[in-house]
Design a protein around this ligand. Structure first.
Ligand code: C2E
Ligand code: CA
Ligand code: CA
Ligand code: CA
Length: 414
């Protein structure tokens, strides 16, 4: 963004405040979606949005703040204020509200989510850079919210570094395995397939949730090797089950694929070659790609998905309804399954708004010629409602949690 103070100007201002012994609060803002908006709607749009956001923020502080850009997605807001913890929280909330307000230009409506990390000149530091580092460290891991820097944040970071190191050896040390969650046809109650989910048990750290280690593996690039292993393992398992007639002939197995895997130019070709060497019937394997992952690189993803779907590997969009995807893009993708995110399903019976959202997704899927899978079905009332809405398939604890191989086979036999 050309018209906002840049990194150098921000540091200079902060140094000046420090030299004068003035108090200052640093709000480090991570704006989720800025990149996507620039990519989907163009540079002029993101520039207009940036200027608008700046004005909103400055209004909120009655002009008593500096707003500048650290890099594309990271902004900095500096105010000359002493630290008062309650007030900081209120101010952070106000900033979040400012940013999250939808913005319309040229009949396009966009929305930005933000996370805020906060530091203050009263915290131990030697330089403006260090204060900024503290604010950046304080950025919460959640998708939205704020956090004031505390030394314990650095302990947690140490733990993450240890986890990272452990993760690097996990594949070679055979610490991974797959579990399988049945997919049920709502009308008949029949098991028509399963989703393979990755599990990691480390000898010292114990069970680590994929919610924690998958993003790490994605960040480090390890997801490529791990993802290959998941596909290999899933194909072998499915061959075994079919050979032993433990599952029906039309059973299909879904694997989760990260955007890093999907955007490798040889991803689809490698997968198809592997499938050719297997004895699996066409259509036995499905890939699940998250909506947000897809939108990170729609064009590269589309090429891979088209090749897959032409060879009857079906494509499911995972966590549907949680991303910023535009329908225009969705229409250009060879998708055959939409998975309604658990977030909508779990509150369906109590929140009319979530129910309407689920209904909208199911209708949309029908218009696209897709089938819908509801995830996270935990109560029979939810299953009932989903069936009435025309949803075809369901997964969730009401039917079964993800199971180890032996239990899965028992579940299918029962
Ligand atoms: P996901 O693909 O959305 O998987 C669904 C998650 O919901 C799974 O969590 C599953 O155990 C959980 N779940 C299923 N039914 C219910 C229910 O009724 N209630 C509740 N509360 N939860 C339910 P899990 O296994 O912890 O996996 C979390 C995420 O990690 C997955 O979300 C997926 O995004 C990622 N993941 C798991 N395995 C792999 C993998 O092999 N590759 C990649 N790239 N990602 C994976
Ligand atoms: Ca999934
Ligand atoms: Ca999902
Ligand atoms: Ca999910």
């Amino acid at each position: 963004v050309t018209q906002l103070p840049n990194r150098r100007a921000l540091l200079a201002q902060l140094n000046e405040l420090l030299q004068q012994g003035q108090p200052a609060l640093l709000y480090f803002l991570a704006m989720e979606g800025m990149d996507e908006i620039a990519r989907l709607h163009g540079y002029a749009m993101s520039e207009a949005l940036s200027l608008h956001l700046r004005d909103r923020l400055l209004d909120n502080f009655g002009g008593e703040a500096t707003v500048g850009v650290w890099n594309t997605n990271k902004w900095l807001l500096i105010t000359r204020q002493p630290l008062a913890e309650g007030a900081v929280g209120e101010q952070a909330q106000a900033i979040l509200r400012c940013i999250a307000q939808p913005f319309a230009i040229d009949q396009v409506q966009v929305r930005i989510d933000a996370r805020i990390g906060i530091s203050h000149t009263g915290m131990p530091h030697q330089s403006a850079e260090q204060l900024l580092r503290l604010a950046a460290l304080a950025l919460p891991d959640t998708s939205s919210g704020w956090r004031l820097y505390q030394p314990s944040i650095e302990d947690a970071l140490q733990k993450r570094i240890r986890l990272h190191e452990a993760l690097r050896g996990a594949l070679d040390n055979h610490e991974f395995f797959l579990v399988y969650q049945p997919k049920i046809e709502l009308r008949s109650g029949r098991i028509i397939g399963a989703e393979a989910l990755l599990r990691w048990v480390h000898p010292q750290l114990g069970f680590v949730s994929p919610v924690d280690f998958i993003p790490m593996a994605e960040a480090s690039g390890d997801i490529l090797r791990i993802g290959d292993w998941v596909i290999e393992r899933a194909i072998r398992q499915l061959e075994e089950w079919l050979a032993a007639r433990q599952v029906a002939n039309d059973f299909h197995l879904a694997v989760n694929v990260s955007v890093q895997q999907l955007t490798r130019p040889d991803f689809a070709r490698n997968l198809l070659q592997r499938l050719l060497r297997s004895r699996l019937p066409a259509g036995a394997l499905e890939v699940e790609v998250t909506e947000s992952g897809l939108m990170q690189n729609v064009d590269l993803a589309r090429t891979q998905l088209q090749l897959l779907s032409r060879h009857s590997v079906s494509v499911a969009i995972d966590d549907f309804g949680t991303g910023h995807s535009s329908l225009a893009y969705l229409k250009t993708l060879p998708v055959s399954v939409l998975k309604i995110d658990r977030a909508f399903v779990s509150n369906m019976d109590t929140e009319p708004q979530d129910r309407r959202l689920a209904e909208t997704v199911i209708d949309m899927a029908r218009n696209f010629g897709c089938i819908t899978v509801a995830e996270g079905v935990e109560k029979p009332e939810q299953a009932e409602m989903l069936m009435d809405m025309g949803c075809e398939l369901a997964q969730g604890y009401w039917y079964s949690p993800p199971l180890k191989v032996e239990q899965f086979v028992e579940f299918c036999a029962a």
